[in-house]
Design a binder for this molecule. Sequence first.
Ligand SMILES: *Cc1c(COP(=O)(O)O)cnc(C)c1O
Length: 373
Amino acid sequence: MKFIPFLKPNIVKKEAYLKYLAQIDEARLYSNFGPLNSIFEKRVLSEYFNDLGAITTINNATTALILAISVTKRPDAKYALMPSFTFAATPLAAMWCGLKPYFIDIHEDNWCMNEKQVDHALEKLGDQVAVIIPYATFGTCLDLTYYDKLQHSKVPVIVDAAPAFGTSGNNGQLGKEFSGIIVFSLHATKPFGIGEGALVYSNRSEIIAQIRRASNFGFSDGRECLFQGLNGKLSEYSAAIALATLDEFPQKVHKRNTLHKIYCEHFKKNNFFEKGWVMQKTSGKIPYQFISVLGPKKLSNLDIVRYLKDNTIQSRTYFSPPCHKQQSFLRYPHSEITVTEKITQRILNLPLWEEMSEIEISRIVSTLNKMGR
Ligand SMILES: *Cc1c(COP(=O)(O)O)cnc(C)c1O
């Protein structure tokens, strides 16, 4: 049986960015917000955010989270509220900023942070909350109304939307006009993959200008270090790949969205939902990074992963174990967290890559269907 990998990054081929590389040789500018980086930022702002607000590139989303937290956190406060059901980068970023992660449970249906529990933690911790970092789980078009309100009530909000560049709802791109900060990753494994990179957006241009300074050593225009920054800049080589990716991105979004639909059809045809399988309740059009489902209650996700592996199919269990159960984060507080504990025993991520066809999807679903027979 042919091996089916979990991911197969499909970064644009060199032919698509040779013309941009030639421009680098010509300009002899290799970083420091060079010409290609500027064109990329301008195009993203106009093509995805209607020229509202501002955007800055960063060399990866983890650094972007660190810088966003560091320039917005309330002074003298100590907690960063976030879901436990997220990637380790988020609590790590809080720790690098001298904060303590405080883990919150998720909703049973969309697997995003539970706003009622956020309210509850805010009541309990008051001024000790430095920042709130929700996650647009697996790229869903998270409704930001609640977080916009929090931002206006002076609790800074940073949305981890790592895999969600290209996710759109009725209003267009997720995050458009958001008054907090939203971070997208351009890592090779994300839908807008370029290797390493990130985009940071807010409708408040001044906060983006501050993050941009932070990514350049906290320098003033006169190159005096004004505050604690670091080097988080995107190189012109990465900007070249990013520009070429922008040209092909609408087709990539469409492909990923279509593959997800084909999976759903095959699940339905095989009565998976009657048999206890559950899909994430998502909203908007999503350039799915992979497929995320809950297996039937009686099966452990680790058993399913092992069974698929025996059948030459690679799968994952993101984000299990959840953050609050990982060694580095055990000492930090969390809310009541039963939904996360239940879901992380069942979460299963299935392969999705752009050159995949219905043949592979059909084989994956029928292999799962035979499990336990
Ligand atoms: C990928 C990812 C990150 C980290 O992004 P990098 O660009 O690799 O640093 C953070 N949070 C989530 C949820 C992610 O999926």
